[in-house]
Write a protein that binds this ligand. Structure first.
Ligand code: ZN
Length: 319
């Protein structure tokens, strides 16, 4: 029953607090995302008809976004702040590895471009936020003029929430397409182990970094490589990938962020800043791999304590 699950979640929250892993639990807001978690006895799944029945609610009309073969162990129904309902299932699926391509690549993540590949491919930054910024600002101004708690306030709030949800969905959809394509094309992918949380603290870049979705890009690559039998090599974030010449190894003392292209003073090679960085990341990634260094990032091990988040990737469905 969801009510019992809520108590279990509260207990987890307090345990995390007393073990100093988290802050004191807060009350949830009614306006935010609402969720109910159903354990095995509280729902029924009929695979033949794809019927999902929830205790005290009945059969759900679900628009399934994907197929699965295993029996769900937990069902979570969420309603997001834009008023949409989702079904998330915890599954034990065996995922088929993708065919090997014998290709590998280094990737430099950025803001001007989402990613630059060591083979010269460029993935543009679609700037999802910029596309909706005007509309969003107008909706937010309207919300600001409404009286809190009124019916018109609620309608204006929903309007803002829907726009924000649209931006988030578009961004995620694009990142999924890009990362899946990369995992299909390459067996070994080398990226920088970026400290996105630290970078976002720079308020001049925070919006651009969040909008391009660097952290999410790396996270998707990480779990998709694990799923499909590919390898993700993360290299030290302090390696000077931009400042080093990928042709001769000459290292600049300083290079400001606005230098997009440069000529190496030692060997005369002309470099695109990001492509040169991607080539260096590729080279370092392969050295790390050959030395049998820590290929998996540290976080993957830390996360083993909660296998539900890694092994059973939740499947989201629109109800
Ligand atoms: Zn050089």
């Amino acid at each position: 029953m969801p009510t019992q699950q809520a108590l279990r979640h509260l207990q987890d929250a307090f345990r995390n607090f007393f073990d100093k892993r988290a802050a004191y639990p807060l009350f949830k807001k009614k306006r935010g995302t609402q969720s109910a978690e159903y354990t095995r006895s509280a729902f029924k799944w009929e695979a033949a008809h794809r019927h999902l029945t929830i205790a005290k609610v009945g059969r759900l009309k679900v628009r399934w976004s994907r197929t699965f073969t295993s029996e769900p162990t937990t069902v979570t129904i969420t309603k997001d702040c834009a008023g949409r309902y989702f079904v998330t299932l915890v599954l034990d699926e065996t995922i088929q590895s993708l065919p090997k391509t014998d290709a590998s690549v280094g990737i430099d993540l950025g803001i001007n471009r989402l990613a630059t590949l060591s083979n010269g491919d460029r993935l543009a930054n679609p700037r999802h936020l910029a596309r909706y910024q005007g509309k969003l600002a107008r909706a937010q101004r309207l919300l600001n003029r409404r009286q809190k708690g009124s019916g018109r306030y609620e309608r204006a709030r929903l309007c803002v929430a829907k726009l924000q949800a649209r931006i988030v969905d578009t961004r995620r959809d694009h990142l999924h397409k890009v990362t899946t394509d990369l995992v299909r094309r390459f067996d070994v992918i080398c990226i920088e182990d970026l400290n996105v949380r630290g970078m976002v603290r720079n308020h001049c870049l925070a919006r651009a970094i969040s909008d391009v979705g660097m952290g999410e890009f790396a996270r998707m690559l990480d779990y998709k490589c694990a799923w499909y039998g590919k390898e993700l090599v993360k290299i030290d974030r302090f390696f000077p990938s931009s400042k080093t010449c990928s042709a001769c190894g000459h290292r600049h003392a300083e290079m400001s962020l606005d230098v997009r292209a440069w000529v190496c003073p030692a060997c005369g090679a002309t470099h695109d800043r990001d492509e040169n960085a991607a080539k260096n990341i590729y080279a370092v990634g392969h050295t790390v791999k050959a030395q049998g260094g820590r290929v998996r990032p540290k976080r993957a091990e830390a996360r083993k304590g909660n296998p539900r988040r890694t092994v059973n990737q939740p499947v989201q469905h629109r109800a």
